[in-house]
Every structure is written in structure tokens, then in C-alpha cells.
Design a protein around this ligand. Structure first.
Ligand code: PAF
Length: 287
């Protein structure tokens, strides 16, 4: 539900203020749901807060563009930063009780020297093209979960490999937080909502809308009896024909481990990453 005269949401920027506010919410008997984001919020992010609210929790959003998950040649510098509008939107949509917006010095103070090597579901797919990515996501998410210590945290299924890596990480490090996935929100032509869609011009936006349709074609072929690897090869060709400038991958994987499919009776997931101009888009669907 959106409100025209929304009450302002408290915004904290350091760990001790964060812990104080969360202790206050807990003292009032609230459970805590957490939605970590890099800001530039869209309906996808809002839907995660709605999911947290539907479980009766007080909802904490973090907004932090995490430098360690970008390689030097990537879009860290131009990643959209719309903090004021983000906080206003969270208030208007009434999905948030507390915003945590640390700066890079709070998260990575001088002398910071720890890194995480995440394995398992991080193998292949994104890692083949962004080898730095899951190490950066792993360290920042581990820190955020330990700072907020929510009852549960929700991550969008649009970043499905990230979600599976985080589930593994939280289990392996005994972080006592339930990790949940929130369904991908889509535009009217099916394009998965993403902060990076803002980079697309009109012609690129039209091409981008075909990605989800091709994933559906791949799934239909598998349901019709095609082998997953054959259906994926078909989809790869379709993407190039549809006008994508580069296809990083289109693969069908085991939905839980993200290992190559050996047993087609287990749940499978089709995942793809493509480029339209300089913009990289990812999407995935359950088979
Ligand atoms: O998905 C994102 O927005 C980011 O990767 C996350 C999980 C907030 C970590 O920086």
C-alpha cells in the first residue's frame, strides 16, 4: 500500500546506531526481516519488503554499493545512486522500518584484510565472466548479516546464483539467519526488473525484452523431451538471432547445487547472461 504522507523512516549510517535501533525494535517484541540492496530501488526491491512484512516482521533495508563486488573495468563508478529517492520510496510504499546506509569506510575501515572464498554453487556461470564477484558479495553479505542479525533475510531470485551462494555461505558459517528468495518482478513484456535496465536506450530495451521469451522457449523444449544441453544450445543461438550483442552463457543447471545437470528428475533452472550494447543483463527461470 502506498501512502501520500509517509512518515519518515530512521536512517542510520554506522554499526552502533544500527544495533541500537534493532535492539529497540526487538525490545518492542518485533522480529526482524532484512532486505540488503545496492539502492536504485525498483518494484523488485519493494516486493521483497512486502514479503518481509507479510511475515509480520519489522523490515530493515540496507543500501550500499559494494565496491568489492565490482572489477576495475565494471560499472561501480556509474552505478545509479539515488539514495534520497530510495528512502522516500520506501516510506511511500510503507515497506520499511529502518534504513542502514553505511559508507565504504564503515564497511571496510583502514586495515581491513579479510576475504572469503565461496565455493559450491559459485562455480561457473557468473564466475566464468566475473571471477571477483562472489568473493565480494560473500564478504559484504556476511558482514551485513552479522551487523543486522535479522531473523531472516530476503534476496531476489533474479540473482539466482547469488541466492544459492548466500544460502551455502550462511549455512557453512553458521550464521543464524534464514535465507529466503523473493520472486523476480517483471515489466509488462517480461523483462526482469533490474537497476541496470536504466542504462538501456529504446532500441536496446526492445531487444532486452526477448531474453525472458527465449528462456521460456528453452523450458518448453525440455518439457517436450529435448535434452537440457540441446535446449540450451538452441536458446543460445536464438539470443544471437534476437539481436543480443554477446551471450556470456545460457545453461540449464541443477536448481539447488547449480552443478551441470546429471539427473533430470531433480529440479532444474535455466540461467543466462547477455549483453545489449555495454549493458549486461541476467535472468533465470525454474524449468
Ligand atoms: O544483489 C545485490 O543487490 C547485491 O549483490 C547485494 C546482495 C546487496 C550485495 O551487495
Amino acid at each position: 500500500m502506498s501512502h501520500d504522507h509517509a512518515a519518515p523512516i530512521p536512517v542510520v549510517r554506522d554499526i552502533s546506531s544500527l544495533r541500537l535501533e534493532i535492539a529497540g525494535l526487538r525490545a518492542a517484541g518485533r522480529s526482524i526481516g532484512f532486505v540488503p540492496t545496492m539502492g536504485a530501488l525498483h518494484e523488485g526491491h519493494i516486493s521483497l519488503g512486502e514479503l518481509a512484512r507479510s511475515r509480520g516482521a519489522a523490515v530493515v533495508y540496507s543500501i550500499f554499493v559494494n565496491p568489492t563486488q565490482f572489477a576495475p573495468h565494471e560499472d561501480f563508478g556509474r552505478y545509479p545512486r539515488t539514495e534520497q529517492a530510495d528512502v522516500l520510496q520506501l516510506a511511500t510504499e510503507d515497506v520499511c522500518d529502518l534504513v542502514y546506509m553505511p559508507d565504504a569506510k564503515e564497511m571496510y575501515p583502514e586495515g581491513f584484510a579479510t576475504s572469503l572464498a565461496v565455493g559450491g554453487p559459485s562455480a561457473g556461470l557468473e564466475t566464468d565472466f566475473r571471477p571477483h564477484f562472489f568473493g565480494g558479495v560473500g564478504i559484504v553479505v556476511a558482514k551485513l548479516l552479522l551487523q543486522v542479525l535479522p531473523d531472516f533475510a530476503i534476496f531476489g531470485e533474479k540473482d539466482y546464483q547469488q541466492l544459492q551462494v548466500i544460502r551455502r555461505l550462511a549455512a557453512d558459517l553458521d550464521i543464524p539467519v534464514e535465507i529466503l528468495g523473493g520472486p523476480t518482478q517483471r515489466e509488462s513484456d517480461g523483462l526482469a526488473m533490474s537497476s541496470r535496465n536504466a542504462y538501456l536506450d529504446a532500441a536496446q530495451r526492445k531487444v532486452a525484452g526477448k531474453l525472458n521469451l527465449i528462456l521460456k522457449d528453452v523450458i518448453a523444449r525440455i518439457h517436450a523431451g529435448d535434452k537440457p544441453e540441446h535446449a540450451a544450445a538452441f536458446g543460445f543461438g536464438e539470443l544471437l538471432t534476437a539481436g543480443f550483442d554477446k551471450v556470456d552463457y545460457l545453461e540449464v543447471r541443477d536448481a539447488e547445487t547449480l552443478a551441470p545437470v546429471k539427473d533430470t528428475s531433480r529440479p532444474m533452472r535455466v540461467l543466462a547472461a547477455v549483453k545489449v550494447g555495454a549493458t549486461r543483463l541476467i535472468d533465470n527461470m525454474a524449468v
